[in-house]
Design a protein around this ligand. Structure first.
Ligand code: PLP
Length: 234
């Protein structure tokens, strides 16, 4: 049995230490606990330690767990997997954040399906920062056009950028795509007044935590280092 409490405490300490080292505040970096493949009991344990942000990749699995955890009303749920358009309605109804917007059509559907009673859905553009053939994400040179399309949508709030860089052999190599994503965010911020309020860089996982915090990550996504191996690996 992985010790979720110990693992999580260690990661909080690590984030605090790295943020300080990078001249940033601990509170500027949010830990997103990636709970895909983990049972709702594991989420409950992390919640008891104060963790509130959880990330899920698979819609049905997430909805089942949300039902089991309905008493924990202040959990902030992030959808971090690719979205098919037939799943957009449920995602818009049951999540607070979506990290993986890579085309205008999916953004339009999410906005159209967001219930009136909810506040705007927070979204990030997923950027294909290493220009990999096989990876999803908007190409760097199309990010501004997509951002401009999204800010027109009434029920979405564009927050920033997300990426899953290729893994590289050395820390300094690993820093390059993270720096590139940070640069893209700052270019977007200065490109128009409506984009100047973007405030989110969702980048950094267990392996590139330090580099991500140095480059300005505001959301770090970590799964197995908190919860141990996934029970339903996908
Ligand atoms: C699964 C996943 C993670 C977490 O990965 P771990 O290896 O479990 O830490 C982070 N980001 C995304 C987009 C994921 O799909």
């Amino acid at each position: 049995m992985p010790n979720i409490i110990d693992n999580l405490s260690l990661i909080y300490q690590k984030i605090e230490h790295l943020a300080k080292k990078a001249g940033r505040h601990q509170g500027d970096v949010t830990l997103l606990a990636v709970s895909k493949g983990q049972p709702s009991s594991a989420i409950r344990q992390a919640y008891a330690l104060g963790q509130r942000h959880f990330g899920e990749n698979y819609l049905q699995e997430a909805l089942d767990k949300q039902q089991q955890l309905a008493d924990l009303t202040d959990i902030c749920w992030h959808f971090i997997g690719p979205i098919q358009s037939n799943k957009a309605r449920k995602v818009a109804e049951h999540f607070d954040w979506v990290h993986c917007i890579d085309r205008a059509s999916i953004a339009k559907r999410l906005s159209a399906c967001r219930p009136e009673k909810n506040s705007s859905l927070n979204v990030c553009l997923q950027v294909n920062i290493d220009s990999e053939e096989s990876k999803s994400g908007v190409p760097v040179n199309q990010a501004e056009a997509l951002a401009q399309a999204i800010i027109e949508l009434p029920n979405l709030k564009l927050r920033g950028l997300m990426a899953i860089p290729q893994s590289r052999p050395t820390a300094s190599e690993q820093q390059k795509p993270l720096a590139a994503l940070a640069k893209l965010l700052s270019n977007l911020q200065s490109s128009s007044p409506q984009l100047s309020t973007l405030d989110t860089l969702s980048m950094g996982m267990s392996a590139d935590l330090e580099a991500a915090i140095i480059e300005g990550a505001t959301i770090i996504r970590i799964g197995t280092a908190i919860f141990g191996p996934r029970q339903t690996p996908k």
